[in-house]
Write a protein that binds this ligand. Structure first.
Ligand code: IMP
Ligand code: MG
Length: 184
């Protein structure tokens, strides 16, 4: 008798933990070079970026602070409404600081566009974006990603912090959900 080892809902591997780790190290080195003698304030977007941010900050060899910004842009239905709500604000002022916003993925770009516009009103000295992933084919809002992990096709990915209906965030790699197209 053959016991199936995978189910139809099992994500198909796209980027391995090793490939991700190598790229995150490179991004950390680039940020370390660029932010020497600056006042680096990491602002990580919850929940999806929590794994990426925790690896990225350990790859940055500089003094820095870490804050978290919680947003809700996708419900469990995972379709972008374009309406972004801050569910948890950062605890410290970023005035005159060099803010690096850390996001898991730029899909339509609406979430990051909103967050950049919001953070700009708080008078940082500089503001840049690091995103693990970018889906350029779906992006509708102009966003400049200073530190990008990987460009991917129009597929729905989970793992390494990213979820579908709050599941799969603990997968150590990035995988694609193919069974159903989980967003519109
Ligand atoms: P955007 O506003 O359309 O750019 O989407 C931003 C948010 O949607 C991301 O921060 C993710 O939380 C979520 N998202 C977009 N695409 C995916 C995906 O492929 N997998 C998991 N979450 C996604
Ligand atoms: Mg997110």
């Amino acid at each position: 008798m053959i016991t199936p080892t995978t189910t139809p809902t099992q994500p198909t591997p796209l980027l391995s933990a090793d490939v991700i780790a190598a790229r995150v190290r490179e991004l950390g080195q680039a940020i370390t070079r660029d932010y020497r003698d600056r006042d680096l304030a990491i602002v990580a977007v919850l929940s999806g970026a929590f794994v990426f941010a925790s690896d990225l900050v350990r790859a940055i060899d500089l003094p820095l602070t870490v804050d978290f910004l919680g947003v809700r842009s996708y419900g469990d239905a995972t379709s972008s409404s374009g309406v972004v709500q801050i569910t948890h604000d950062i605890a410290r002022s970023v005035e005159n600081r060099d803010v690096l916003l850390v996001e898991d993925i730029v899909d339509t770009g609406l979430t990051v566009r909103f967050l950049i516009d919001t953070l700009k009103t708080r008078s940082p000295r500089s503001l840049a974006l690091a995103s693990l992933l970018h889906k350029p084919s779906r992006t509708r809002a102009a966003v400049d990603i200073a530190y990008l992990g990987f460009t991917i096709d129009d597929v729905f990915v989970v793992g390494y912090g990213l979820d579908h209906a709050q599941r799969h965030r603990n997968l150590p790699y990035l995988g694609v959900i193919t069974a159903d197209r989980p967003y519109t």
